[in-house]
Write a protein that binds this ligand. Structure first.
Ligand code: ADP
Length: 320
């Protein structure tokens, strides 16, 4: 880059020098010889600008080649990682888990606790809602449940074992606020690069997510590429396909982060019905703020940053 800056000015100066030299020659020359001189001047001026373009192209190529090497090595590493991940986990068939938070403290910045002395039991097979204003720690709680963060102090106990022994990562599923459907069929979307998931698992998961009837009503049924449906696939259907994707792996714990925040009331009611249907099969924790989404919850935790030190108060709201 440094050199190319110099080269630009060198080319400009050389070009200007050539034109001036030619002008001097033209002035001194016989006017009869002007035509060939003008042609030579034109060719030289063009040559300078083409030379500059070639030189710029060369520099971009040299610069990009370093990134191409980097991309190749990153892709190589991803391939290795993919081969590690895409192997069939042992199916434990152990059913929903009980997750207990014992006096858990967590802070991103030392001294500013997001969760402080948080204790709660997410009982097996229940659905727990988590509500609270923005910044209250809902996503942090979800990340602790998912095992993406570890408590600073206190313990997370799963079925009376330390968290890492009580549940494997493949037994936990997460549904984000706005799931992304991939190009391919609905079946591909549910299997989602887990080749051990069978066609029957896909059907069961779509049924449990209460979207099987919708999918079968599309002209191409299970072979439909959601990308080709355009506006004919609703946000609620997308979200339920994402829930089916989560359920196909037979999770023991399902965490959903604001699954209905972008949906209309009808789709929201559909998601609530889906969650209600999971009762007893999987332990569900749903971060939400809309009352209808919380209707299938057995209990609702309200996280409330109290005071300047953002210590969270937890209220358990009786849903009844
Ligand atoms: P919610 O999901 O309820 O909006 P979060 O769990 O995202 O709340 O955040 C809780 C608090 O932790 C907020 O004060 C937020 O600013 C802070 N926080 C969240 N993520 C980080 C992070 N990666 N680094 C530092 N602070 C964070």
């Amino acid at each position: 880059r440094f050199m190319s800056r110099f080269n630009t000015s060198i080319f400009k100066t050389a070009g200007l020098g050539l034109v001036l030299t030619l002008l001097a020659i033209v002035t001194a020359a016989d006017p009869d010889d002007l035509a060939p001189l003008a042609a030579v001047a034109l060719v030289l001026t063009r040559a300078v600008s083409y030379g500059q373009a070639v030189q710029r192209g060369w520099h971009s190529t040299v610069e990009a080649s370093a990134w191409i090497d980097r991309l190749e090595s990153d892709l190589g590493q991803l391939d290795v990682a993919r081969n590690d991940v895409v192997s069939e986990p042992t199916r434990t068939g152990r059913g929903p888990v009980t997750v207990r938070f014992d006096d858990v403290c967590f802070a991103y910045v030392p001294g500013v606790d997001v969760l402080s002395g948080f204790s709660h039991t997410f009982a097996a097979g229940t659905c727990t809602g988590v509500i609270g204003p923005s910044g209250a720690g809902k996503s942090t709680l979800a990340e602790l449940l998912l095992g993406l963060r570890r408590p600073d102090t206190g313990a997370i106990v799963v079925d009376e074992c330390p968290r890492h022994r009580g549940i494997g990562s493949h037994e936990i599923a997460y549904v984000p606020q706005e799931p992304v459907l991939i190009r391919g069929s609905i079946v591909d979307n549910v299997i989602f690069h887990r080749p051990w998931i069978t066609h029957d698992d896909v059907i069961d998961a779509l049924r449990a997510a209460q979207v099987l009837d919708d999918v079968e009503a599309w002209p191409d049924g299970l072979a439909t590429d959601p990308g080709t449906l355009g506006g004919r696939i609703s946000g609620g259907q997308k979200q339920r396909i994402a829930i089916a994707r989560a359920l196909a792996g037979s999770p023991r714990l399902l965490v959903l982060d604001e699954p209905t925040s972008a949906l209309d009331p009808r789709s929201e009611a559909g998601i609530a019905a889906t969650l209600a249907g999971l009762s007893g099969r999987v332990t569900v924790v749903v971060v939400a703020h809309r009352p209808d989404t919380l209707s299938p919850c057995d209990e609702v935790l309200e996280l409330d940053p109290a005071g300047d030190d953002a210590v969270v108060d937890v209220d358990v709201i009786d849903v009844e």
